[in-house]
Design a protein around this ligand. Structure first.
Ligand code: G3H
Length: 487
């Protein structure tokens, strides 16, 4: 509600994935603490968001588009002053390299500017009238109400703001909970929210999602749920809403993106794209390539080249330059990845690269696992980490069948130098996933492209102009033409 609430409850200590040597052994660096909201405080934040929305009659939802844009632009100006401070916190909290943390920050600012431009376009389009059957109609976009917004740890700033900003700019009021890993970095911006927006328009709740989010959902007073995170959590939260069919959900969820390398592929190109596609930010991206199908005639050459390319990656601390492999923020992740590798070995696979899967506290050295089959965890589970499962295939029907049976449907990377083969494969693939990348890795950007997924991978569409539509409703002002008002 535009005020920093005094810290009365418990504190949660945040530890970095970066470890230091202590007499007791390696231990995670303490970064800071945040207050843990109680259920009552979370409900107060909801009251504030609801009061500011005031059933669509509040200052914010009735403000002109240009006035709302001014608030967002003022906020963006303030954001620019916090660039290094926030980027350093991203680095410490989630182990992203400092260079990539700065990129995340800059990308977010660019995203906001692009969203403002898209809104200006949308506003221009809404200014006109359509005349049909003697009725003049103006189509507007109106807000939906209170939006509960939650982002993931891997893009704690960017993917929180890619929902929060469009939700706000369309006139909704927002309640947002920063991710568990990637929460302190939001503090430097809270004051800017308070300075740039009317009271109650942006409300931030800190704490354990499992305690504070269910009561918010059960209240039935959340109009839009937006979450970039796990499909399971999204399902659980939606079910808590008493009028689930009145809840709009804009969700970016689990994905198990496949790369398909045909016998006609340029293998050097495929290796280069699959390497960054599977290992950028240690594979902790929803868009990462999480399984690679390679035609049996070229699989051994592909594997040799892939392992050689992997050797060039540098492991190190996130502030060091040129580093690719950094510590993982989720404390349970190294054990989970080890279990996946073990399970693959028990079912007949091998780790192809030296040191693959080696764990040193929060570091996991990438592992190339081959040949993977349907009995293994790595076949279907979204590992979300630096383990690369590779499968040989004989017929292209095998990877297509894999996609058809998959509960996920975000993206695919297809590698071939044969244009006829590419042309034949695009349709079968585009009917399974929401983006087919030709001879390139899977990714979200450029951010103006629609970002969504089929099946359990998404609900609604994000990106710049799609998000504006997602966080609003089309409404119509219709006037019957009479002889007097025709002019
Ligand atoms: O984690 C999911 C992100 O949307 C991935 O974005 O492809 O730009 O890394 P990216």
């Amino acid at each position: 509600n535009g005020e920093m609430k005094s810290w009365t409850g418990k504190a949660h200590d945040v530890f970095s994935p970066v470890c230091v040597e202590k007499p007791s052994g390696l231990s995670r660096v303490f970064v800071g603490s945040y207050p843990v909201c109680t259920e009552v405080e979370a409900m107060q934040a909801l009251d504030a968001a609801e009061a500011a929305y005031k059933n669509g009659r509040g200052e914010w939802p009735t403000m002109s588009v240009s006035a709302r844009i001014k608030c967002i632009e003022k906020f963006t100006q303030k954001m620019l002053e916090k660039r290094e401070e926030v980027a350093k916190l991203i680095m410490w909290e989630i182990g992203k390299t400092y260079a990539d943390s700065l990129k995340e920050y800059d990308r977010t600012v660019e995203y906001i500017y692009a969203t403002v431009d898209a809104l200006k376009d949308l506003d221009r389009q809404s200014a006109g009238f359509d005349i049909v059957d003697g009725i003049a109609a103006q189509i507007r976009r109106s807000p939906l109400g209170v939006v509960l917004c939650m982002g993931p740890f891997n893009y704690p700033l960017n993917e929180t703001f890619t929902t929060l900003i469009p939700a706000l700019i369309m006139g909704n009021t927002v309640l947002f909970k920063p991710p568990k890993h990637g929460s302190l970095l939001h503090f430097p911006l809270l004051e800017a929210f308070a300075e740039c927006f009317p009271k109650g328009v942006v409300n931030t709740v800190y704490g354990r999602g499992a305690n504070i989010i269910p009561p918010l959902m059960k209240s039935g007073r959340i109009n839009v749920l937006t979450l970039i995170g796990s499909s399971k959590v999204a399902d659980q939260l939606k079910k808590l809403h008493p009028k689930v069919n009145r809840l709009r959900a804009i969700l970016g969820l689990d994905a198990k993106n496949a790369a398909i390398v045909t016998a006609n592929a340029d293998l050097d190109q495929a290796v280069k794209e699959c390497l960054t596609g599977s290992l950028s930010f240690n594979g902790q991206r929803c868009t990462a390539i999480k399984i690679i199908f390679v035609h049996q005639d070229v699989v051994h050459t592909f594997n040799e080249k892939f392992v050689a390319a992997l050797k060039t990656l540098k492991l190190g601390m996130p502030w060091e330059s040129g580093v690719n492999i950094t510590p993982l923020p989720e404390p349970q992740k190294p054990a989970y990845l080890t279990e996946c590798i073990q399970n693959a070995i028990e079912n007949g696979a091998q780790v192809l690269n030296e040191n693959g899967g080696e764990v040193n506290e929060s570091f996991v050295y990438p592992a190339v696992v081959f040949p993977v089959n349907e009995k293994m965890k790595l076949y279907r589970e979204e590992q979300f980490g630096p383990v690369i499962p590779i499968l040989p295939f004989e017929s292209i029907e095998e990877p297509i069948e894999y996609l058809i049976e998959s509960p996920h449907g975000q993206q695919v990377s297809l590698f071939s130098s044969d244009s006829e083969e590419l042309a034949d494969l695009i349709d079968p693939l585009v009917n399974q996933v929401s983006r087919v990348n030709i001879n390139s890795q899977c990714q979200r950007g450029p951010d103006v492209f629609p970002f969504t997924g089929r099946k359990d991978s998404a609900e609604g569409t994000l990106s710049v102009s799609d998000a504006l539509r997602s966080f609003s409703i089309r409404s119509l002002v219709a006037a019957k033409l009479t002889d007097q008002n025709k002019a």
